[in-house]
Design a protein around this ligand. Structure first.
Ligand code: RBZ
Ligand code: NIO
Length: 344
């Protein structure tokens, strides 16, 4: 992976000039105009394109599931991987709608997905350690997981992808994500804990205590160390995917809570990643607002989703495609003979 390039100011300038020459009052397409200009700056293309999109779902298990922090058993991770492979999950449906390539990568499901056709096996270890009482993984394992994400983005780009959507599957990963968010921001367990798959009040209180125990073991001196102590294999892989996409000027459409925390981790590893992030939606998971605030992210959609898998980002993708189409396909005042253009 190379260094992360700066945004292309000249491509943004050209995109902005064109936006003002199109047959509409200046600024009347609101955030779509900013999105078009941002995508030009990211890609270095005055007329950017985001099609085709590629969705990468990273899957792994979490030792902390043994603490009873999820409404579902850890075995659901492997079962959902099989469901993704058969095409039956929400993300399969949304991927199909936006004609996106969907790849499911086993980074560390407890039971290897080697019997599941179509799943990419790029395993670092069989599930992470229980962060309540041990590190999630070693520093070398974090580095290996980052590489898994970088490789997945390289495959997507080789297949022609111009935009990457990162999704995840891993029972108990909202616990690890909350712990990471607290470590990166200095917030308390109370401020970052959420209901994940839908736990009740008693379990929420227990989950908060589990996160507090994990944080009390120490949060690490570097972002890599924090990921090793409190993270998860798929979260580290998603962070690596953000690094790889940014290095190749490929916009990353960020999903919900877990994906946003992974993106935050990536920016702590390499601040330049931030320039390549577009935020798809505001999740109902309690800590998502804090994760977005830490990144200064303004999501496109707010639909009350709390699923993950990349689902909210996939739903937001048509807005990116519309921004690009608007910029390249609308007529200018001059072309259309409409009065009142920029030079009038
Ligand atoms: C059937 C099913 C499908 C899912 N798809 C995504 N998640 C989401 O829920 C999990 C995180 O919540 P928690 O931390 O409470 O376990 C992750 O796997 C996430 O991707 C799912 C969860 C379930 C049960
Ligand atoms: O926002 C998310 O990514 C999320 C929220 C709850 C459960 N799983 C994922």
């Amino acid at each position: 992976m190379g260094r992360i390039p700066s945004l292309d100011i000249e491509a943004r300038r050209q995109a902005c000039a064109r936006l003002d020459s199109l047959t509409k009052p200046p600024g009347s397409l609101g955030r779509l105009e900013k999105l078009a200009a941002d995508l030009a700056a990211m890609t270095g293309e005055p007329l950017p394109r985001v099609d085709p999109a590629a969705i990468i779902v990273l899957a792994a298990d979490h030792g902390v599931a043994a603490e009873g922090v999820s409404a579902f058993p850890a075995s659901v991770t492997a079962q959902m991987v099989a469901n993704f492979a058969r095409g039956g999950a929400a993300i399969n449906v949304f991927a199909h709608q936006i004609n996106a390539r969907l790849e499911v990568v086993d980074v560390g499901v407890a039971t290897p997905s080697d019997q599941v056709p179509g799943v990419v096996l790029d395993r670092v270890r069989a599930g992470s350690g229980n962060i309540a009482c041990e590190d999630a993984m070693s520093s070398d394992e974090v580095k290996a997981a980052l590489e898994v994400g970088i490789r997945a983005v390289e495959r997507a780009r080789a297949a022609g992808a111009r935009c990457v959507i990162l999704g995840e599957m891993g029972i108990a990963n909202t616990t690890a994500s909350s712990a990471l968010l607290a470590a990166f921001t200095g917030l308390s367990a109370e401020e970052v804990v959420g209901r994940g798959t839908g736990i009740d009040d008693a379990r929420l209180d227990h989950k908060r205590k589990v996160i507090a125990r994990a944080l009390a073991r120490g949060t690490g001196d570097t972002a890599l160390d924090t990921l090793a102590r409190l993270g998860g294999l798929e979260i580290a892989a998603m962070a690596g995917a953000c690094l790889g996409a940014a290095a190749g000027r490929t916009p990353v459409l960020v999903d919900g809570f877990i994906a946003t925390v992974a993106a935050l981790a990536a920016t702590r590893l390499a601040p330049g990643v931030r320039d390549y992030l577009v935020f798809g939606h505001r999740s109902d998971e309690a800590g998502h607002g804090e994760a977005l605030a830490a990144l200064g992210g303004e999501p496109l959609l707010s639909l009350g989703l709390r699923l993950g898998e990349g689902s909210g980002a996939a739903l937001a993708y048509p807005l990116l495609a519309s921004a690009c189409a608007m910029l390249s396909e609308m007529a200018t005042f001059a072309d259309a003979g409409v009065e009142g253009g920029p030079s009038a």
